[in-house]
Design a protein around this ligand. Structure first.
Ligand SMILES: Cc1cc2nc3c(=O)[nH]c(=O)nc-3n(C[C@H](O)[C@H](O)[C@H](O)COP(=O)(O)OP(=O)(O)OC[C@H]3O[C@@H](n4cnc5c(N)ncnc54)[C@H](O)[C@@H]3O)c2cc1C
Length: 470
């Protein structure tokens, strides 16, 4: 294989120390870390360009401020992996800095300003520059990054994974290495896998990620006997405006996502009833909207909420979200009274807005919990005009379930033992989260470093054999 994009196989480079399948945050971190230690790494990327969802991201390397917080907010996640993400966060940041890209100093965020509504740590970094630096590190060590390539199957010998059969524009070749890392970014892009594992109501949900993460890592792992995580139905996403005639494009992924807006608003169904504690997290709101009969709801907020969201500092693009949604042709109204809002949204099939807001405001003023569902946080009356309503729908960013791994990123078989030679990184190394979420880049970086550590610690896990063309 050559280092040119779309380059094909050439006989002398098909034996490597490490094969990485997927060139996003998890895969490139594992690849570059091994290459920096002298390993020859072959990275196989399905898309025409490297970077995956990482290069579409906000570049916020963030996670829970401490292990206790991670446990508290993420009780359904794998405790060992959750601890790994928190305890490795600083090492991931140092590793990113060591590649020479720009990275902010550490900031400690309180619950009010953190992305998830709980205390967190964050360092924003130049993620596009980082992925590029990783590529340079791999190539400088004699490795290859091949784009537009397809992995046909994993090669096994006596139960160990010893490489992969890959097709690119020059044909089919067999790569051999003692370790192979699956890092294809999850299965959110595959309608059938979503239907099977996340529920039929997710079949037609919008996808807010790179379009190539369609479950290939999951399929490849299962083909060699990998076990799946106990919880497979978790996913991370956002509410975004409805309708979006032009679809949801990468340029819209951050400006349309309602990180700061939805936890401070009310979410109402068509009968004007709340159905979720909106303050529990924007990603929980997306999951709850997805369970509504037609996967839609009304997001209701006042000028104070809009202004706070527009002026919010952090990993999130600062824009006037209702205005952006309106420009995209989505259902948005802005009126002087809640009654007028109610009259306008009747055209979209919603009623009961005025009564729902009155009930919420009364409960906040009285300081009582007589709201169903309860509202634990962000209890502030919605009284400052203009008043807004926006119809919203869910969009999925990545899946939480998939291949079972241990904290050394080794893929486990159905007997609970590691499959020799098979590692996973990023979203493919599943189970860190289930319902909750505390950072995707940090998780992918931590598992990328863990995979690299395992590969470097045992360079002969699956004995490499001479390369052969198919
Ligand atoms: C708009 C957006 C904003 C985000 N912002 C943040 C943020 O600020 N902070 C944060 O923590 N997280 C953020 N995230 C999440 C973060 O980007 C992901 O969690 C992270 O990139 C996951 O890393 P990964 O390596 O698992 O997947 P990816 O980075 O998506 O990489 C997977 C790669 O695998 C490739 N691939 C798929 N199938 C194959 C195959 N068969 N063979 C070869 N290659 C394959 C894909 O093309 C892709 O390049 C954001 C995500 C999005 C979409």
């Amino acid at each position: 294989m050559t280092n040119r994009d779309g380059g094909g196989p050439s006989a002398d480079l098909l034996e490597a120390d490490l094969i990485v399948i997927g060139a996003g945050m998890g895969g490139m971190t594992a690849a570059a870390r091994c290459a920096a230690a002298g390993s020859k790494v072959v990275v196989i990327e399905k898309a025409p360009a490297i970077g995956g969802s990482a290069v579409l991201s906000g570049g916020g390397l963030w996670t829970a401020g401490d292990v206790e917080t991670m446990r508290r907010i993420n009780p359904m996640g794998d405790p060992g992996l959750g601890e790994l993400v928190v305890s490795t966060w600083a090492e991931v940041a140092d590793w990113i800095a060591s590649t020479g890209v720009e990275i902010e100093e550490k900031r400690e965020l309180d619950a009010g300003s953190a992305p998830g509504g709980f205390p967190a740590v964050i360092r924003k970094f130049d993620v596009i520059g980082y992925i590029g630096r990783c590529r340079t590190i791999v190539e400088s060590a004699g490795g290859v990054v091949a784009t537009g390539a397809t992995v046909l199957r994993l090669s096994t010998r006596q139960g160990a994974v010893v490489g992969a059969v890959v097709r690119d524009r020059d044909g089919v070749a067999e790569l051999r290495a003692p370790h192979t890392v699956l890092a294809t970014g999850g299965f959110q892009g595959d309608r059938e896998l979503r239907r099977e594992f996340l529920g039929s109501f997710t079949a037609d949900v919008l996808v807010r990620s790179n379009p190539y993460s369609t479950g290939d890592g999951l399929r490849l792992g299962r083909s060699v006997g990998a076990a799946l995580t106990p919880n497979l139905d978790g996913w991370y996403g956002h509410t975004v405006p409805y309708p979006l005639a032009g679809g949801l494009e990468p340029k819209d992924y951050i400006r349309f996502a309602q990180f700061g807006l939805s936890p401070h608003s009310l979410l109402l169904n068509r009968a004007g009833q709340r159905f979720v504690d909106e303050s529990a997290g924007y990603y929980r709101n997306a999951q709850a909207v997805c369970r509504q009969p037609d996967q839609r709801a009304l997001l209701v907020f006042d000028e104070t909420v809009r202004a706070a969201d527009t002026n919010r500092r952090g990993a999130v693009e600062q824009v006037d979200r209702p205005r952006e949604a309106e420009l995209a042709g989505a259902h948005v109204v802005r009126e002087a009274t809640w009654r007028e809002v109610e009259a306008r949204v009747a055209a979209w099939g919603y009623r009961g807005v005025d009564a729902a807001v009155k009930q919420f405001n009364a409960a906040v003023i009285a300081g009582n919990d007589r709201l169903g569902p309860a509202r634990a946080g962000n209890r502030r009356v919605l009284v400052r005009p203009p008043f807004y309503a926006m119809e919203v729908q869910p969009a999925i960013t990545f899946t939480h379930g998939g291949l079972r791994v241990d904290r050394w990123a080794r893929v486990l078989g159905t007997d609970g033992e590691p499959i020799t030679g098979l590692l996973a990184a990023g979203v493919d190394a599943a189970g860190t989260y289930h319902v909750a979420y505390a950072g995707g880049l940090a998780m992918s970086g931590a598992l990328g470093l863990a995979a690299a550590g395992s590969a470097l610690a045992d360079p002969t896990a699956a004995a490499a054999v001479a390369l052969s063309h198919c």
